[in-house]
Write a protein that binds this ligand. Structure first.
Ligand SMILES: [Ca+2]
Length: 135
């Protein structure tokens, strides 16, 4: 039993490592997101319709162009800003969230650390098609 638990933990760690990459590691994957911007994509692997933000705090993606159609439909993101961002499940920075460090990109269809209840606990899983605000 002990060996099984260790194996599972290693698998999760690898999966998390695959979801979060530094901008340098995967510059080709999100090269259409310019330096200084936060970009969100309709599909995983930084594909499909994209919206870019010069603001690093948006309380409702659903109310802003060009990203309003990506509310609850975002599957990957690129943070080319110098600010560490939190991505929230609900508008006005509510619900579950994930961390997106400055100068990193994340495929939300892969496993990430998802924080609940203001960060009091977390689980590992995708954060796909839920993004509604960020700051
Ligand atoms: Ca949402």
């Amino acid at each position: 039993m002990k060996i099984k638990a260790v194996t599972l933990a290693s698998t999760v760690a690898l999966a998390v490592g695959g979801a979060l990459m530094s901008a340098g590691q995967a510059s080709a994957a999100a090269e259409n997101c310019r330096t200084g911007y936060f970009c969100i994509y309709l599909n995983g692997n930084w594909q499909g319709e994209m919206a870019t933000y010069s603001s690093t705090c948006v309380s409702a993606i659903q109310g802003t162009l060009p990203g309003q159609y990506l509310n609850d439909h975002t599957s990957s993101v690129a943070n080319k800003t110098t600010k560490n961002l939190k991505l929230y499940e609900h508008t006005n920075f509510g619900g579950r969230y994930i961390n997106v460090p400055a100068q990193s990109i994340i495929d939300l269809t892969k496993n990430v650390t998802v924080y609940h209840n203001n960060g009091t606990w977390s689980h590992t899983g995708p954060f796909n098609d839920v993004l509604s605000s960020f700051c």
